[in-house]
Structure formats: C-alpha cells, structure tokens
Design a protein around this ligand. Sequence first.
Ligand SMILES: Cc1ncc(COP(=O)(O)O)c(C=O)c1O
Length: 307
Amino acid sequence: MKNQQLHERRSKVIAQGMGALYPLYVEKAENAHVWDVDGNKYIDFAAGIAVTNTGHSHPRITEAVKAQIENFSHTCAMVTPYESFVELAEKLTELAPGDTEKKAIFLTTGAEAVENAVKVARAHTGRSGVIAFKGGFHGRTNMTMGLTGKVAPYKAGFGPFPNEIFHAPYPNAFHGISTQDSLQALEDLFACDIEPSRVAAIIFEPVQGEGGFYQAPQDFAEAVRALCDKHGILLIADEIQTGFARTGKMFATEHIGIEPDLMTMAKGIAGGFPISAVVGKAHVIDSALPGGLGVLTLVLHLVVSRA
Ligand SMILES: Cc1ncc(COP(=O)(O)O)c(C=O)c1O
C-alpha cells in the first residue's frame, strides 16, 4: 500500500528518464537483505547495480563514516591532503594487475573516471581517437555517452556526441560474433575510419554489464593487448562494474592475465559512497599536467573505501 502511494508521488515529481525498475520503496537494508515500506523482506540481488559488494551498511564502513565526520568532512585533497587519500592510492596501485609501477587519481562517479582515463590517454599519446565496443556501457556524460555502444535508452535524442569515437563489435558466441570477427572489425576501422597512429585508446569491459553479461574471450583480450602494443594505443579496462571481487577476483582482468595501461574503478570501491578512481601505469597517468586532473569532494568516500 505504502509502496503504491510512494510510487504515485514519485511519478508526479521524478522525471521518467530516471527509470523505475521496481515499485519497491526501501525502508532499511542490511547485508544482503532489504525491507520495503510495506514490511516485505527481500534478498537483494541488485546490490544497487553491482555496488554494495560488501553488503548494505557493513559495520566497518558505517564506523569509518562516523569516525570521519567527527574529524572533518572536506578540505580538498588537492589543497590540503590527508592520509586516507594517500593510503587508498597505495592500496589500489598495489592491487592493480601487472608489474608496471602504478599511480592513481580519485574522482566521484564512474563516468568521471572514464572521462579522465580518456583525458590521460590523449595527453599521453597526443592522439584523439578512442575505440569502444558495441553493447558497452561507460556512462551518461557527453563523452561517456559517446563511448557507450547502445543507443536506446542511453543515447537516443541526446546527440551530438564528441567526435573521434568509433565502435567495433564485442565478441559474443551467443550472437555468432567470434574473436576473429571482432578483430577484423578493428582492422576495418583502421582501414576505413581512422589510422591506428591517431588512436589514443581502446576501452573495453572485461565482462560487459549493460551489454548482457558477456565475458571477453581470453584470445580476444590477448589479441587486443597485442594490437595496442603494436600501434602504441593505450588499453583502458573499464572495471567499474567488474571490480572489487564482482567476478571472484579483485579485478576481472586478473582472470585474463593482461595488464591494462589504465583501469577505471567505481561502484564497489566504496559500497555506495561516490568515489571512483583511475589507476594506471605511472608514466602514462603522469602525462597530465598538475591541476589537469582532480575533483573536490572526496574525503568521506576515501575513508569509506579504505574501511
Ligand atoms: C562499466 C561501467 N562503466 C561506467 C559506468 C558509469 O558509472 P556511473 O554511473 O557511476 O557514472 C557504469 C555504471 O553502470 C558501468 O557499469
């Protein structure tokens, strides 16, 4: 009853563009369970779309939030930094796959992380092109909408998008697209649309989420890594949905055994508090000038994610 009343109120004041999957209004949530306003209890398989990897209201996260608020809420880590800012970067750069020395930047949303990964890739290579995959989801800002490989509902009516973005099919046995088909499509892009020496980055999800939960085949990921190395293109792994143990390892690229040049992280990093990161090879990520990358409001979220 209360669910229905709230849903009617919502329909009057919330734009339909913010879709509503379930007319179920949450009263409380704990670990894997949610309770709605009518007293029904559910097992939460949605997890805020792959965000609450440690469960709802994990006690360590709750404690970290409380403790931080007692101390300070904001200073701007780019003006007067604090320990959690450094400590989390130390942890993530250690966890990121591969032997190359890494550095990190912190942002607030997944789309911001993707935007910044593209900025870094362009600054490092001096090139403009970016290749993404059909069915891929990278966010809802202008740049990331452009990268997202799905028109309805993410791009319909919202153009124009930034130029120099190209899409290739993601290999998908279910839809009859082999690794060879996808690799050929990349070669076709190089032949028809953009020469590889103008491509800054190829961005891919190790497991497509919005695209339908399709895993990149091992031979495809390895071939794309080799293609990037051949042409001096940077490989960006968008681990925003697959990161933080969603696939059984800390990052999905660990299953494949390749080292991306840049990784985007968000969602599970802070269990619902808005923090995202780009972690990448130090010599790559340091291509941006001081002040060229950053965000203001981070402190609470950094503390949460190290909890
Ligand atoms: C793979 C991937 N990239 C980027 C994003 C965008 O993240 P945000 O919604 O935090 O901007 C998402 C969000 O669903 C995602 O799954």
